[in-house]
Design a protein. Structure first.
Length: 173
């Protein structure tokens, strides 16, 4: 296990899980959100984003742990190189509570995310692409599509609970 892609919706614990896995495996941790979000939440073109991700992967020739999805923009850039895919498919309620707590803390504490960006209640709840509603849609879309997409893929580990995530990390390193 040297090239790991940790997938899931917002609130699933991707970043926390991936950072801890990277620490345990002594591998670089690459956060796709950090490579994707520019100032004022600007987004790179698909080609520019793929180039950034390829550059980050090339800078870690001994392996990496990458958290995030972005499959529509990245195509096979990450998945094609991954030897392990971890899908954090936690219950909807767990993800919704985590997302709510995380966003409330970030807004209350004025936490800077990537490229000077900060969460707002509008961006979390009311914008056309609000984070909470994106998580709701992605939760059901992933549950519908990913079992078929990854059926028979020996690289895939589907984790369905917090306890299972802890156990998986313990076995991993």
């Amino acid at each position: 296990m040297r090239r790991v892609n940790v997938k899931g919706t917002s609130g699933s614990g991707k970043s926390t899980f991936a950072a801890e896995l990277a620490r345990r495996l002594a591998l670089p941790y690459i956060e796709l959100d950090a490579l994707h979000h520019g100032p004022n939440w600007s987004e790179p073109s698909d080609e520019e984003f793929r180039a950034r991700v390829r550059e980050a992967m090339a800078a870690a020739p001994g392996g990496w742990v990458i958290d995030g999805n972005y499959d529509s923009k990245l195509g096979d850039t990450v998945l094609g190189q991954a030897d392990t895919i971890v899908w954090l498919d936690l219950p909807f309620g767990v993800k919704a509570r985590r997302l709510w707590r995380r966003s409330a803390a970030r807004i209350r504490n004025d936490v800077e995310l990537w490229s000077g960006n900060r969460e707002t209640w509008r961006g979390v709840l009311w914008d056309r692409d609000a984070l909470f509603w994106w998580m709701v849609r992605a939760h059901f879309r992933h549950r519908r599509a990913w079992p078929r997409r990854f059926a028979g893929d020996k690289r895939m580990a589907r984790i369905r609970s917090v306890a299972e995530a802890r156990d998986w990390l313990e076995r991993a390193g």
